[in-house]
Design a protein around this ligand. Structure first.
Ligand code: 3PG
Length: 371
C-alpha cells in the first residue's frame, strides 16, 4: 500500500476520496468529526498542489439523480470557512477547474454502488494521483472506493486511512495483549467480530442485548429480555473458549419506559422483567490489565438515562485507563461524546460498518485494491 506522504505531488492532478458522510439537519451539520478527520490529508496535498478534487458520498440517495436533500453544499460551506477560501462545487468530472474543488455527492453518479467500469474509469482518468482516505467506506466495493483505485495509474492511502489501518491492526496482531468489549443488541450482527476477537483477545466482555443471549446460553433465566434463540448454540460454543466475560450484575425493569430500575445478580433475573443495562465491573479489566482494550457497542440502552449507567461507567473507566484504548462504531462514538470526549481515548475510529468488518477479520475492498 503506497502512502500519500511518500509521493511527489508537485504539479499533479490529485483526487481524494474521503468519507464526509455526516448527520445534517436542515443544512446544519450536527457532528463534524469526520470533516476534521479528513483535514490532515487535504492540507498536506494543498501544501504541494492546488489541483485537488475532493470526492465524498452523503447518505443513500437514489443513484443517477440529483436530490437537493443529499447535496454536499453544507459540507462545502464548512470547508470554505475552515480553509478560508472559495471552493467550487462541480457536478461532473469533465469540468474540473484545475484548482481546489468538490464533486457533488458521488452517489448521484450512475454506477457508483455497482462499481461500474465506466464511472471508475472516468474518476481514474481525471487524476494523476488518486488518494483513498475514506476508511469509513472501505467496506463498499463502489466505483470511487474500489474500481477507481484499481484503474488509477497511481493510487495511495491517505493519512487518515493509514492511521485507521495501523491503529486497529495494532490490536489484532498475533500475540498482542488485548481485552475486548463488545456490546450492542444482537449477536447475529456481530458474529464475525466476536469470533475473531475471541481468537485475538485474552478476554471478551459482552454487554447490551448480546449479553442476554450469552446469559441464557449459560443456563440463566433472562425473563422477557431481548434474546436471539437461534444464536444460543453458537453462544454456547463461544462460552466454551472460557474467554467470554458475562456481567455479574444486571439492571432490570418492566419496560424501557419503566424508570424503577432494580440491580440484580445475573442469576436472579425475575421472569417478568427485562435486562436493559449491565453493571460494568472494572475489576475485570484493572486486574492483569491488557496492553490494549478494544471497544465496540454500548452496554445498555444508554440513550435512556435510567439504562445508561453501564455504558457511562465503561466510558469513564476507559477515559482514564492506562491501557491503549481503541474504540469505534456509530453508537460507540455517540456514547463517548455523550459521557466523555473523543480526545480522552487513544484512538477512536471514524468508521462504523467498516470498523466492524475489519474487526471481523475481513479484507476490506479498498485495502485489497490499494494492495
Ligand atoms: C458510514 O457512515 O458508515 C459510511 O459512510 C458508509 O455509509 P453506507 O453504510 O451508506 O455505505
Amino acid at each position: 500500500m503506497k502512502n500519500l506522504v511518500e509521493l511527489d505531488l508537485a504539479d499533479k492532478r490529485v483526487g481524494i476520496r474521503v468519507d464526509l458522510n455526516v448527520p445534517i439537519d436542515n443544512g446544519t451539520i450536527l457532528n463534524s468529526e469526520r470533516l476534521s478527520a479528513a483535514l490532515p490529508s487535504i492540507l498536506h496535498i494543498l501544501k504541494h498542489t492546488d489541483n485537488l478534487c475532493i470526492i465524498t458520498h452523503l447518505g443513500r440517495p437514489k443513484e443517477g439523480n440529483y436530490d437537493e436533500q443529499f447535496s454536499i453544499k453544507p459540507i462545502v460551506e464548512w470547508f470554505k470557512k475552515r480553509l478560508n477560501r472559495d471552493i467550487q462545487l462541480c457536478t461532473d468530472f469533465k469540468s474540473l477547474p484545475g484548482s481546489l474543488c468538490f464533486i457533488e455527492n458521488i452517489r448521484f453518479f450512475d454506477g457508483e454502488s455497482k462499481n461500474s467500469d465506466i464511472l471508475a474509469d472516468e474518476i481514474a482518468k481525471s487524476f494523476d494521483i488518486y488518494v483513498m482516505d475514506a476508511f469509513a467506506t472501505a467496506h463498499r466495493k463502489s466505483a470511487s472506493t474500489y474500481g477507481a483505485i484499481k484503474k488509477s495509474t497511481l493510487a495511495c492511502a491517505g493519512i487518515l486511512f493509514q492511521n485507521e489501518v495501523e491503529n486497529i491492526s495494532s490490536a489484532l496482531v498475533e500475540g498482542s495483549s488485548l481485552s475486548s468489549i463488545v456490546g450492542g443488541s444482537k449477536v447475529s450482527t456481530k458474529l464475525e467480530v466476536i469470533s475473531n476477537l475471541l481468537n485475538k483477545s485474552e478476554k471478551v466482555l459482552v454487554g447490551g442485548g448480546i449479553a442476554n443471549t450469552f446469559l441464557k446460553a449459560a443456563g440463566n433465566e433472562i425473563g422477557r429480555s431481548l434474546c436471539e434463540d437461534d444464536m444460543l448454540g453458537i453462544a454456547n460454543q463461544m462460552l466454551g473458549t472460557g474467554k467470554i466475560v458475562l456481567p455479574r450484575k444486571v439492571m432490570v425493569a418492566d419496560s424501557t419506559s419503566d424508570e424503577s430500575v432494580e440491580v440484580v445478580s445475573f442469576d436472579s433475573v425475575p421472569q417478568n422483567k427485562m435486562i436493559l443495562d449491565i453493571e460494568f465491573n472494572e475489576e475485570v479489566f484493572s486486574k492483569n490489565a491488557s496492553e490494549i482494550i478494544l471497544w465496540n457497542g454500548p452496554l445498555g440502552i444508554f440513550e435512556i438515562d435510567a439504562f445508561s449507567k453501564g455504558t457511562d461507567s465503561l466510558v469513564s473507566y476507559l477515559s482514564k485507563s492506562n491501557s491503549k484504548v481503541i474504540a469505534g462504531g456509530g453508537e460507540t462514538i455517540f456514547a463517548i461524546t455523550k459521557f466523555s470526549s473523543i480526545d480522552k481515548f487513544d484512538y477512536v475510529s471514524t468508521a462504523g460498518g467498516a470498523f466492524l468488518e475489519f474487526l471481523g477479520g475481513r479484507e476490506l475492498p479498498s485495502i485489497q485494491a490499494l494492495n
